[in-house]
Design a protein. Structure first.
Length: 278
């Protein structure tokens, strides 16, 4: 059984697939239904996600959709910290990850009550990220990306996408450990849609168990993404719920440790049924 050790020393087991709910404190995330607006609304949505069965909430203050422009560090902090503080006033126990590649944002989020750093760059965009993770003994999610959100979907090429993502993980794990991050603090995310075309995404999902050799929890973040729309006849983001649920069920059958979704209740029910049937 794969696990991580939390900041307080608690061992968190992935004895079944966990559901991470997405909270976007942004005004331009690719799925309009995920934009939370005010802090009060964000906290209310968070409470509903917890009620619906989310084990982790992922709070982001910058859209990293393909072609997106970055916000300032100050903007990002001002978006995520009040939401985290608001959630913590109502719930002390839910795990919270902060979706950021900036060390300063990660630090402020952890001080506000976040537990985990979810870095789309696997600590390649900000050299100080590892230092923050070590300082606060916080687990980190290391995601594979090719390029930056601005340019990552401009004709991405791989000779062997699974092998190249695996090699990337090896390098980033070695880097993290060299900086003082323990192995039981690392979660891996193959970065579906981040510098990959349709075929790359499908192959990575089909072969997701290729990454179990690291004996670290695997996160799959596919919710309502473009490849689902393409697979189902080029349908818009608003119509991709069923396709997302299908991928969640496939992931559960493959013993993936965590799925990141916009629609917690629907995915949670489907995953529960898969767990019964496995």
């Amino acid at each position: 059984m794969r696990y991580i050790t939390l900041k307080d020393g608690t061992k968190y087991n992935f004895d079944n697939m966990k559901v991470m709910g997405i909270l976007n404190a942004t005004d331009d995330s690719f799925f309009p239904g995920s934009r939370v607006g005010s802090v009060e609304n964000a906290v209310n949505i968070a409470m509903k996600m917890i009620e619906d069965g989310a084990e982790i909430l992922d709070i982001g203050g910058e859209s990293t959709r393909p072609g997106s422009d970055p916000v300032t560090e100050e903007q990002e902090i001002n978006r995520v910290v009040p939401v985290i503080e608001g959630i913590r006033k109502k719930n002390k126990d839910i795990l919270i990850s902060v979706d950021t590649y900036r060390a300063k944002t990660a630090e402020e989020a952890i001080k506000a009550g976040a537990d985990i750093i979810n870095d789309i760059s696997a600590m390649t965009f900000d050299d100080n990220m590892a230092e923050v993770a070590v300082k606060y003994d916080a687990p980190v999610i290391l995601m594979h990306i090719k390029g930056t959100p601005k340019d990552m979907q401009k004709n991405p090429h791989y000779d062997d996408v699974v092998g190249e993502v695996r090699d990337f993980f090896k390098e980033r794990i070695d880097y993290a450990i060299s900086k003082g991050i323990k192995r039981d603090k690392i979660i891996l995310d193959p970065g579906i849609g981040f510098g990959k075309n349709y075929d790359h995404n499908i192959e990575l999902i089909k072969k997701i168990d290729s990454f179990y050799e690291f004996n670290m929890p695997i996160l799959l973040a596919v919710s309502r993404k473009t490849f689902i729309g393409l697979a189902l006849g080029n349908i818009p983001v608003e119509e991709r719920l069923e396709g997302t649920i299908a991928v969640s069920c496939f992931a559960a059958m493959k013993n993936v440790d965590m799925i990141r979704v916009h629609d917690v209740l629907e995915n949670k029910k489907a995953i529960k049924m898969i767990e019964v049937l496995k």
